[in-house]
Design a binder for this molecule. Sequence first.
Ligand SMILES: Cc1cc2nc3c(=O)[nH]c(=O)nc-3n(C[C@H](O)[C@H](O)[C@H](O)COP(=O)(O)OP(=O)(O)OC[C@H]3O[C@@H](n4cnc5c(N)ncnc54)[C@H](O)[C@@H]3O)c2cc1C
Length: 358
Amino acid sequence: MHKDIIWQLKYTYLCWEIIRIMKAYKIVGAGLAGINLAWHFYFEKIKFVIVDNKERSTARAAAGLINPVVFRRLNKSWMADDLMPYLHSFYCKINDVLGKELYVNLPIKKVITDIENLNDWGARNNDEAYQQFYNEVEENYNSSVLAEYGLGVVNGSGYLKLEEYINLSLEFFKAESNTVVEEEFEYDKVEGEIIFTEGRGLLRNPYFKYLPLNQTHGETLLIKAENLNIDYVLNKNMFVLPVEKNIYRVGATYNWEIKEPRTTEGAKAELLEKLSQIVDCELEVLDQWAGLRPTVKDRRPLLGTHKEHKNLHVFNGLGTKGVMISPYFANIFLQYLQGKRSLPQDVSIRRFDHLMNE
Ligand SMILES: Cc1cc2nc3c(=O)[nH]c(=O)nc-3n(C[C@H](O)[C@H](O)[C@H](O)COP(=O)(O)OP(=O)(O)OC[C@H]3O[C@@H](n4cnc5c(N)ncnc54)[C@H](O)[C@@H]3O)c2cc1C
């Protein structure tokens, strides 16, 4: 009798779990897009299940930098005024929930190249519309850093420890019983509400592969440099990011030909050559990673719902600045799914409807 009751309870629990999972949103892909969307669902108490095949090479290769400035034109990066305050409060909240500093505030210091560049930077620093991000030019006192015209300091910058952020978030969601399934998603089983966040995996997705997603291959190195001693992100045509005492991540390369996440000797040589132009010290290469950025020609993300299959959604195209872009747009996407707003035209997949039947 007693055993029967236990079995009945177990059976009822199992049925409830199956119903719960069937009713939950399915998020396909645990990269930055999927995880930041999942956090928004979590805070809104919306059920979700994450399906991920554990490839995750992009997150491993990426430095996770947050830079509100475009150095080439001394401009602000796209939507920086809106994206920066949102991402700051969002990632600080996750730091608190996970009890770890995965989002780190750190100034970027850009090597000033000549007098003209120095004057232009000064003008930005004096301009009210820019000085929130453009701080003053500092003199360089570090003999290992080659910056005779000084270093332009960026405010509000930082980085996200991307791979750890994803792994700890997944552990957290598992523990909170928002199910995480580690397997390849099968595209012939598309029942319920599904959000595809597969990065470059989108190219295999029969429902959304018409979208013009490109793969931009990139590589970073991990180096040891005992005499470098910098506690900021150094930048000039590349970045040098301190991650531990005497250990730095440097990058990144851009290659439009390679379509696999494999490392190359060419990228290593390119990064070491660029590095030799901004630092003068002994260094040793410890590791090298490669990944593929999911980029779109117009440099805007891809958000929306399939025109015919209304239960299938996509959140992709985060490109080269996913850490900056994804929190703000995850929030917009959630509000859109809840029927509270429409999507801005420049990020909506509707802009590519004409490619659907080509
Ligand atoms: C070298 C390099 C440096 C970078 N540096 C920065 C930087 O400094 N700052 C910044 O903001 N961005 C940077 N980026 C870009 C950033 O990494 C991307 O914007 C971001 O990772 C994209 O996230 P995503 O979730 O869209 O895709 P991904 O990170 O690729 O995640 C997709 C996930 O979906 C899974 N998946 C795919 N298909 C399936 C399937 N069928 N079934 C189950 N799972 C599936 C994959 O395994 C993966 O886990 C860099 C990228 C590279 C390569």
